[in-house]
Design a protein around this ligand. Structure first.
Ligand code: IPE
Ligand code: IPE
Ligand code: MG
Length: 233
């Protein structure tokens, strides 16, 4: 039970933080940090896939991030739209299966539908599953699941941990084995708060745009030294 990890984590989730500081350090506008951070996604997905990770979740925009200055929110939405339009084909070619965690109903125009189309296109791919958490919040997710249960008039005795988990955005996915946060903060910021119950946490001061192959390898090496006990001895 206390043996170290011999295989790579099945599911890694990353809080991609530090884009703004990366830009500010260089005297650049924050949005440029988001742009460079966005360009870092595809190479990092490749590295994780190459190391045997089967599910990768990336936190790109929280339910609380709508409170940022309007111009930054607009820029982030534009970057997301650009990624969906320009990178879906590339992900598809790389056999990546795309998923989305969070709300689609508050995204502007047809962006929600374009995301659904990308998910549909890549549905049967057998490579890494990439879940993009955009307009995602853990508390929002739990409240939405409770509402669904009440709406469906589920009898209380039918509600248990497994049936509840299935109603979350992550329903059917394994819980994250490892959660990585870049950018130096040591908190979850409303990310996967139900699913993280027994996740290993790894914090690094490296800012997201600088997080590359070496940092991935280091995080996975640290994970393999952890002893997971799940409450046992
Ligand atoms: C993370 O980078 C990306 C989003 C939250 C959208 P930040 O924008 O939070 O960067 P810092 O934390 O201000 O450096
Ligand atoms: C968390 O980062 C959300 C994402 C990385 C998408 P924040 O920058 O929003 O978190 P706080 O405000 O520092 O907790
Ligand atoms: Mg931040």
């Amino acid at each position: 039970m206390v043996s170290k990890q011999v295989s790579p984590p099945l599911h890694v989730a990353v809080i991609m933080d530090g884009n703004g500081r990366w830009a500010r350090k260089r005297g650049l506008p924050r949005l440029l940090g988001h742009k460079v951070g966005g360009e870092n996604i595809r190479p990092v997905v490749k590295v994780f896939a190459g190391m045997g990770v089967k599910y990768l979740t990336l936190y790109a925009f929280s339910t609380e991030n709508w409170a940022r200055p309007r111009i930054e929110v607009a820029g982030l939405l534009r970057l997301l739209a650009g990624k969906v339009d320009r990178e879906t084909r590339a992900f598809h070619k790389e056999n990546v299966r795309l998923m989305h965690l969070g709300r689609l109903d508050r995204l502007p125009g047809k962006l929600g539908q374009r995301i659904e189309a990308a998910i549909e296109l890549t549905r049967n791919n057998t490579g890494i599953t990439l879940c993009l958490a955009f307009d995602y919040g853990g508390r929002d997710e739990i409240v939405r699941a409770v509402r669904d249960i009440v709406n469906d008039e589920i009898p209380p005795e039918k509600i248990d941990r497994d049936s509840f988990s299935l109603r979350l955005y992550t329903g059917g996915l394994p819980d994250p084995d490892l959660i990585i946060r870049t950018g130096g903060e040591m908190r979850l910021s409303n990310f996967l708060i139900w699913q993280a119950a027994y996740s290993e946490l790894y914090f690094t001061p490296v800012l997201w745009p600088d997080f590359g192959q070496e940092e991935v390898e280091e995080a996975l090496a640290k994970y393999q030294q952890r002893q997971r006990r799940f409450g046992n001895v």
